[in-house]
Design a protein around this ligand. Structure first.
Ligand SMILES: NC(=O)c1ccc[n+]([C@@H]2O[C@H](COP(=O)([O-])OP(=O)(O)OC[C@H]3O[C@@H](n4cnc5c(N)ncnc54)[C@H](O)[C@@H]3O)[C@@H](O)[C@H]2O)c1
Length: 259
């Protein structure tokens, strides 16, 4: 019996921040669901490892190594999708960084870098991706925001600002392009099991310090896995969510429902 077609059969996707965490988990799931994937990240070594994993399971992918905060990377990623696969259907804008610090000590250069990597990157990628999607009047853009767009803690100065900006940009693209077949949604994960939180735990003195906070903030009682987040992104990427645009999907184990 022939293998059943995947939920993204014949689709071409760009995934940023694909070398680790949520981006890696989603790139692997997209490939399992038969999408061809352009993997974008600054970390070339890890990017090659993810590409090898996808090819080993019979999937198809290309890599683009670069900083998502630069127009050059957006141009290369979209050109790669079009030149190699002939089209672009899905853009998962996901790469992000989270340097923390009080506003009074927060260096202006770090503020600029966070806004460039977390928010401007999405503007640049969309600028290059939307014209390709318009050729078929079809496309799905998913932007990774965070629960910290709406609920925050001291120290997340630039991070919370960038993540709130993503929700605004997502709505703007949705109202401008849904009529033309291009949907745009954001996701707002809570605590997710990734290197980003390993680094945060290290800065706090270890995971033992972080776990009680996660249990208290996230009624799920643990971090979500990257696979669990990827399934929500898959829904938004696939045609199953054809009526969903301009929304922000919480993937936070009820963290944002709690007081
Ligand atoms: N982990 C969480 O708990 C959590 C929660 C909410 C939102 N998020 C968001 O999810 C996204 C992914 O986070 P993660 O936890 O998987 O992080 P991660 O640090 O595990 O992975 C991020 C990836 O992005 C890449 N990257 C960083 N800066 C880049 C740049 N300038 N250009 C290209 N690639 C770059 C890194 O090399 C890395 O591979 C981020 O936007 C983050 O803010 C994470």
């Amino acid at each position: 019996m022939n293998k059943k077609q995947g939920r993204l059969f014949s689709k071409v996707a760009i995934v940023t921040g694909a070398a680790a965490g949520i981006g890696k988990g989603t790139a692997l799931l997209f490939a399992e669901e038969d999408a061809s994937v352009v993997l974008v990240d600054v970390n070339e070594e890890k990017l090659n490892e993810v590409a090898a994993e996808i090819r080993q399971m019979g999937g198809s992918c290309e890599i683009v190594c670069g900083n998502v905060g630069l127009m050059k990377t957006a141009e290369e990623a979209v050109a790669c999708a079009v030149n190699v696969y002939g089209r672009l259907d899905i853009l998962f804008n996901n790469a992000g960084i989270m340097p923390v610090g009080d506003i009074l000590d927060y260096p202006e250069e770090i503020w600029d870098e966070v806004l460039q990597v977390n928010l401007k990157s999405m503007f640049l990628m969309c600028k290059k991706a939307i014209p390709e999607m318009l050729k078929r009047n079809s496309g799905s853009i998913i932007n990774t925001s965070s629960v910290m767009a709406s609920l925050t803690e001291p120290g997340y100065t630039a991070y919370s600002a960038s993540k709130a900006g993503i929700i605004g940009l997502t709505k703007e693209i949705a109202v401008s392009y849904t009529e033309k077949g291009i949907r745009c949604n954001s996701i707002a994960p809570g605590w997710v099991e990734t290197d980003m939180n390993v680094r945060l735990a290290e800065s706090m003195g270890g995971m033992d310090k972080l776990y009680p906070i996660i249990k208290q903030q996230q009624p799920l009682g643990r971090m979500a896995t990257t696979r669990e987040v990827a399934y929500a992104v898959l829904f938004l990427a696939s045609d199953e969510s054809v009526a969903v645009s301009g929304s922000c999907l919480s993937i936070d184990g009820a963290a944002s429902a709690a007081i």
